[in-house]
Design a protein. Structure first.
Ligand code: GLP
Length: 259
């Protein structure tokens, strides 16, 4: 695992966006096959998306041959609800870039058969050729996508019950009322994420410091599902100084020096 530590969230976000753009361009230079990317929501990726939008507008990268799959969505929240991940992605990324609509995939949290929707999602990912890169954020408890503590590290896309902690944390988007946060979500599994050729995870702020410590220095454990990245041959965590704040001094120095 690599850890890229920048002084600020904006610097780490710009690093991540340019890294993604470079990967898209590299693939486009060698093949006409699409670049398949996993995308996340939350406050964390917003600055990365802003930089990607700038790069698209400046003609430095194009999403015309990119296929994306978002990692999760709430169950039962209308698509047009401002806090649905459909709305989030349109607002912060898709409305501003050149990715064709038919290349955009987001789980349907209102599908009549949620299990069938999850199975079809995995099939569509496989049909697209699997992920070249998965961009993720993490929860304060170290969850990736909505893979809450005790999710199997071999899990695939499925319906999941959110923990009281996640509903509490996400209530900031729902009038600060945890009861307004849907109790269930659909999420790609840990193995769906780690099946990507490359995984880039963003983490910013001291609220994520404990999760980063567990993910980087702790054991691989279903208690902190992002720790599964320790088993991945090409995983990068891009964070700011605050999120690296609970690492051992020696770990911090090692990552700063080796980068
Ligand atoms: C939710 C999402 C995750 C996201 C996490 C962190 O739980 N399902 O995909 O990484 O929130 O959100 P934020 O970036 O707002 O801290």
């Amino acid at each position: 695992m690599k850890l890229i530590i920048r002084d600020t969230m904006v610097e780490a976000s710009v690093w991540a966006a340019r890294y993604i753009a470079e990967k898209i361009n590299e693939k486009a230079a060698r093949t006409s096959e699409p670049f398949v990317i996993g995308l996340c929501t939350g406050s964390t990726p917003i600055e990365t998306y802003n930089e990607l939008i700038r790069l698209v507008k400046a003609g430095k990268v194009s999403f015309k041959n990119v296929i994306s799959f978002n990692m999760d969505e709430y169950v039962g929240l209308p698509v047009e609800h401002p806090e649905s991940y459909h709305s989030f992605m349109a607002k912060y990324l898709f409305d501003h870039i050149d990715e064709p609509k038919e290349n955009i995939h987001i789980l349907d949290g209102n599908a009549p058969d949620l299990d069938a929707e999850c199975a079809a999602y995995e099939e569509a990912i496989a049909k697209a050729g699997g992920f070249d890169l998965f961009l993720g954020g993490i929860g304060e408890d170290g969850h990736i996508a909505f893979n809450e503590p005790f999710s199997s590290l071999a899990s695939r896309t499925r319906v999941i019950s959110l923990t009281p902690q996640t509903r509490e944390v996400n209530s900031r988007f729902f009038d600060n009322d945890p009861d307004k946060v849907p109790a269930q979500a659909m999420s790609v599994g840990v193995a769906t994420v780690t099946g990507a050729k490359e995984v880039v995870v963003l983490a910013f702020g001291s609220k994520k410091a404990h999760a980063i410590k567990d993910a980087v220095e702790g054991p691989v454990s279903h208690y902190c599902t992002v720790s599964a990245l320790q088993m991945h041959p090409c995983a990068i965590i891009a964070c700011d100084d605050a999120a690296a704040g609970e690492l051992r001094v020696n770990s911090y120095r090692y990552f700063k020096a080796t980068e």
